[in-house]
Design a protein around this ligand. Structure first.
Ligand code: XLS
Ligand code: NI
Ligand code: NI
Length: 440
């Protein structure tokens, strides 16, 4: 790593325990703590999103960026990109994050031609490889930005112009090469502008067919280069387009199964996307887990009073506890992790704010992880739920689950024997109070 340091006044963040008065310290995330034979660092698999942490400048539709970083100086864009990456790896190390994630165009500047863009990417990937080696920080996933450049204004693989499809394929091929080169454990597809604004100019069926063709090409290409990482699809219901094809996990499951792609994909679930789709974060995790497709998490949150992807850091321990219960119950994230796809608010202009933001996110997830483990170990909710469904454990209930009986037999049973079902309380209020006993 370069000798120059960019966060001079901030050292490696240390775990100081829940009662510490120190702001730049972990209260719950103790990276070295061993739980069930694995360190917290290994359990949480935190990751920093390069695009927000190192390309975000605080701009919004009403004004330009507010955040000025000292490493963004010079005239040669590739040298600046390298310096920025040095700063990023210093940050990853000081914040004790084992992973990072990128889009091709966040880390390397886009050139005048694809060949030039590829050359820039090669230079930066080589630099990132050295930094990964020097710091031990690993790549959770890579992806391609198929939405910022004007050429993608009507989508990438769902673009009505095959020329744009071809360009997108070339770009994803290169992003997959970069991900493989950096040992990425997953590769993410977020739909970007894969959707439409008006049916007046759109052939929905053809666009979906093209999206599927693109995904199949990606699967084939991964095989051909020996990329063994997990493919992840990141659902999002709207923004930028009005109708995104990858609306939510359920929609994507339908799409992937329709086109014979389901065995190659899992989900990267983003909290803010779940709520934009009218779901809770926990709902999306459960839908993915039920399909055996729980992959990774984009750890952020929206603002329920604002209808877009505000990408805030999530410090809501209750929401995260429920999510963690579902993640742990669903068998964990495997090669996935908790990636902070979250950005600073526009007035948070200090470099220190980057630390406060990630400390908050990490501590909240770590606290939630510990509470969720206690909830599952004590098994009170599990027992309640098991009892609630126990009529399916034997007799005709079991026959229903095993599809051994049909309408005729069930009608007979009700008429001759069962009669009217008794009302059994769902006990929601009792369970909400029980949940609070773990939280406060
Ligand atoms: C945008 C998405 C994006 C993906 C990666 O809303 O969250 O940042 O995570 O392309
Ligand atoms: Ni995301
Ligand atoms: Ni998002």
């Amino acid at each position: 790593m370069s000798k120059e340091t960019f966060f001079q006044n901030i050292g490696t963040i240390a775990y100081e325990g829940p009662r510490t008065e120190k702001a730049l310290a972990f209260r719950h995330y103790n990276p070295a703590e061993v739980i069930d034979g694995k360190t917290m660092k290994e359990h949480m698999r935190f990751s920093i999103a390069y695009w927000h942490a190192f390309r975000g400048v605080g701009s919004d539709p009403f004004g330009p960026g507010t955040i000025v970083r000292p490493w963004e100086q010079g005239t040669d864009v590739v040298s600046i990109a390298k310096k920025r990456m040095d700063a990023a790896f210093e940050f990853f190390t000081k914040i004790e994050s084992p992973f990072w994630c990128f889009h091709d165009r966040d880390i390397a500047p886009e050139g005048a031609t694809l060949a030039e863009s590829n050359k820039n990417l090669d230079a930066i990937v080589a630099h990132a490889k050295e930094l990964q080696k020097a710091t031990g920080v690993k790549l959770l996933w890579g992806t391609a930005n198929l939405f910022s450049n004007p050429r993608f204004m009507c989508g990438a693989s769902t673009n009505p112009d095959a020329h744009v499809f071809a360009y997108s394929a070339a770009q994803v091929k290169k992003a997959m090469d970069a991900t493989l080169e950096l040992g990425g454990e997953n590769y993410v597809f977020w739909g970007g502008r894969e959707g439409y604004e008006t049916m007046l100019n759109t052939n929905l069926k053809r666009e979906q067919d093209h999206l599927a063709a693109f995904m199949h090409m990606a699967v084939d290409y991964a095989k051909s280069i020996g990329f063994k990482g997990q493919f992840l699809i990141e659902p999002k219901p709207k923004e930028p387009t009005k109708h995104q094809y990858d609306f939510d996990c359920a929609t994507c499951i339908g799409f992937l199964r329709t086109y014979g792609l389901d065995k190659y994909f899992k989900f990267n679930i983003e909290t803010n996307h779940a709520t934009l789709a009218g779901h809770t974060f926990q709902h999306e995790i459960e839908v993915a887990a039920a399909a055996g497709m729980l992959g990774s998490i984009d750890a952020n949150t929206g603002d329920l009073l604002v209808g877009w992807d505000t990408d805030q850091f999530n410090t809501d321990v209750k929401e995260l506890t429920l999510a963690m219960v579902s993640i742990l119950r669903g068998g964990g994230l495997g090669t996935g992790g908790l990636n902070f796809d979250a950005k600073l608010r526009r007035p948070s202009v200090d470099a220190e704010d980057l630390f406060h933001a990630h400390i908050g996110g990490m501590d909240s997830y770590a606290a939630a992880f510990k509470i969720a483990r206690r909830i599952l170990a004590e098994g009170k909710f599990e027992k309640f739920v098991a009892d609630r469904y126990s009529s399916y454990d034997s007799g005709y209930g079991k026959d229903i689950e095993q599809r051994k009986i049909g309408f005729k037999e069930l009608e007979q049973l009700v008429l001759t024997n069962l009669g009217e079902p008794k009302l059994r309380s769902g006990k929601q209020e009792y369970l909400e109070n029980l949940l609070n006993t773990y939280l406060c």
